[in-house]
Design a protein around this ligand. Structure first.
Ligand code: MN
Length: 232
């Protein structure tokens, strides 16, 4: 029986539609850019770049519907509306066909971003951790089993702020589809249940301020929402 100097942190987890059981989260991977129009708005050529990844700590998860304080150290706090994949089987160095079967479920998520810190990191060739992996930066709805949603290969993905539409894309416009992302990421990591993957955002990203209410929709999934409050 081991003792700890401080009590262990609470296990990060996500609600699951239709059950009281929760999906325990170990890691959060994010795809850097996965829609051509968003890659262009961020100054990249979408046709020439393979997927790349960054991560957020699991403790950055925030349930949809939360109120979060405007984060510190930024003046350009952005939303990114994303489809989130929940892995349900161990996969390592697999093909897209095998990867597809390892997808347990889906959620709708917001990859909240301190865009000014990201721009500074890019300019200096530094890591993105402070821009992407900060407190409360990974918003997520309850998960829905893939057996209920189907493959999520196409369908509208939209986001509005205070009722005004800001992002509108289609899952079919992903540069790398879900199976390809999981297969590619499995070349780098032993993926396992507990791994979430934020799959990238369409174009139309932008800043929010205290008082703003973000609402995002993906066909077939619960809506994701977030209200921004005054800074701590
Ligand atoms: Mn993103």
């Amino acid at each position: 029986m081991s003792d700890y100097i401080f009590p262990p942190a609470v296990q990060p987890s996500v609600a699951v539609r239709g059950t009281a059981a929760r999906y325990a989260v170990a890691r959060i991977f994010c795809v850097g850019r996965n829609y051509a129009a968003h890659a262009r708005e961020m100054g990249s050529d979408p046709d020439r770049e393979p997927p790349f990844y960054f991560s957020k700590p699991a403790c950055a998860l925030v349930p949809s519907g939360s109120h979060v304080a405007y984060p510190p150290a930024t003046q350009n706090y952005h939303y990114e509306m994303e489809l989130v994949v929940a892995i349900g089987a161990p996969v390592f160095k697999v093909t897209p066909e095998v990867a597809r079967a390892a997808v347990w479920g889906y959620g709708a998520g917001l990859d909240m971003t301190r865009r000014d810190l990201q721009a500074e990191a890019k300019a200096h060739g530094r890591p993105w951790d402070t821009a992407k992996g900060f407190d409360q930066s990974a918003v997520i709805t309850e998960l829905v089993r893939a057996s209920e949603t189907g493959a999520m290969a196409a369908g509208a993905i939209t986001l509005s702020v205070n009722g005004i539409e800001k992002q509108r894309g289609d899952l079919a416009d992903m540069i790398w589809n879900v199976a390809e992302i999981v297969a590619n990421l499995s070349q780098l990591y032993h993926l396992q249940p507990g791994d979430l993957i934020y799959t990238g955002t369409p174009d139309g990203v932008g800043a929010v301020l205290p008082g703003d209410v973000i609402s995002g929709q993906i066909a077939g999934l619960p809506s994701v929402s977030l209200t921004i409050t005054q800074p701590d």
